[in-house]
Design a binder for this molecule. Structure first.
Ligand code: NAD
Ligand code: ZN
Length: 364
């Protein structure tokens, strides 16, 4: 078993990673139960696929499921209200631990419910998608989407434990696995060139479900995220902004495709990371060879690498328009994560959007 600690003073917690952890859930979760039961927030798809394994793994502890429909629509005021009302109906107390059992939608929704119900109770992340295992379950960002945009309402609320069982990915759709893989590549590009080299050799093993490779890749990714979150928990100093590599471009692509199945978040991140590398290379900040290696990595993983592949070429003005509406803006400027090469990302707040629009118009 791998253990990664997120060191945040009294909010510190462990991330445990091993195949079969769900089947031993009682070992970790029974001490957190009250009156022999745990309230588990999940979505209907995850519960149908994996609920029985959790129930069996909890042994004598009763799992009380609180289910929402699968999909981003549940990460909403309506979804939050339903979850919070049910938690209160079921007698949630402040010292209780809610279990968030699902992908990023469930982690964000259940985490935010935990942040606000009774002015804050505890929660444990048991992420079931690769994206949630390497990204959303760690770091304490929780929230919902509102009419004006995604993730605009939320709270920083750290979990008290994260249990990652890579074997849960066996029931996840392969396209979703590839999308989560893009976030692993992202961490390597930020500041872990060694991980990038490892992914070039062994990355396909992760996608093919090799148990040992999955643990290695997930542990490396969450370690990368933990170290950044420790330095800047609430995104105040700018360090945490590095995690947005590929996301300024990526969110614009997602906004343009209406956050639909046409382009999954991780697919947008793959394209976004490449655009950040190509843009950096065009500005002579980064060797073109590094951008080519990144492209090779995503091509091998079966992720999109060209705007034209997803029908988003020559849309510079529109994409920059989405960036201007992004909540991550600071003092009216958009922060870009640029790079001097693989493992050497940095924040640049001086990029002119006109230059970006022009670059996007020329990107194929
Ligand atoms: N809090 C953060 O730091 C953070 C970071 C990144 C993303 N996010 C959020 O995460 C969300 C995306 O997460 P996601 O990609 O996991 O989406 P998701 O939670 O919608 O899961 C994707 C789909 O896979 C299904 N699923 C999940 N695990 C499964 C499994 N093991 N077997 C079968 N089906 C399974 C779900 O039911 C869903 O239909 C977005 O809302 C995004 O904003 C948050
Ligand atoms: Zn992301």
């Amino acid at each position: 078993m791998e253990r990664v600690t997120v060191a945040l003073d009294e909010r510190s917690y462990d991330i445990l990673i091993d195949n079969g952890l769900l089947d031993r859930a009682a070992e970790f979760l029974a001490p957190l139960a009250r009156d022999g039961r745990l309230l588990v927030v999940s979505d209907e798809t995850v519960w149908a696929a994996l609920g029985s394994r959790l129930v069996a793994g909890l042994g004598d502890i009763e799992a009380v499921p609180i289910l929402v429909a699968p999909g981003e629509e549940s990460k909403s005021w309506t979804g939050l209200r339903a979850v919070v009302d049910t938690l209160i109906d079921r007698g949630i107390e402040r010292k209780d631990h809610i279990i968030a059992f699902g992908g990023g939608v469930i982690g964000d929704l259940a985490g935010f419910a935990a942040a606000v119900v009774n002015r804050g109770c505890n929660f444990v992340q048991v992420p079931t998608s690769l994206l949630a295992q390497v990204d959303s379950s760690v770091g304490g960002k929780t929230g919902i989407n509102v009419t004006a945009g995604k993730n605009l309402v939320g709270a920083f609320h750290q979990p008290s434990l994260v249990l990652i069982d890579p074997s849960l990915l066996d029931t996840l759709n392969p396209r979703q696995v590839r999308a989560g893989y893009a976030e692993i590549v992202k961490y390597s590009l930020i500041e872990d060139a060694e991980l990038f080299g490892w992914l070039e050799r062994d990355g396909l093993e992760v996608l093919n479900g090799d148990p040992t490779s999955r643990i290695h890749a997930i542990a490396a990714a969450v370690t990368g995220k933990a170290r950044i979150v420790e330095r800047d928990e609430r995104e105040t100093s700018g360090r945490r902004a590095l995690l947005n590599l590929g996301h300024t471009f990526g969110h614009a692509l997602e906004a343009e495709t209406g956050y639909s199945d046409r382009l999954l978040h991780g697919e947008a991140v793959a394209l976004g990371c490449l655009l950040a590398f190509d843009f950096s290379a065009a500005k002579a900040l980064c060797p073109i060879e590094d951008a080519d290696r990144v492209r090779g990595q995503f091509v091998r993983a079966g992720l999109p690498t060209r705007l034209a592949e997803v029908g988003l070429e020559r849309l510079g003005e529109r994409l920059v328009g989405h960036m201007q509406r992004d909540k991550k803006r600071d003092g009216g400027r958009t922060a870009f994560i640029l790079t001097r090469g693989i493992g050497q990302a940095h924040v640049d707040r001086q990029v002119e959007l006109a230059e970006v629009a022009d670059f996007l118009d020329r990107a194929a």
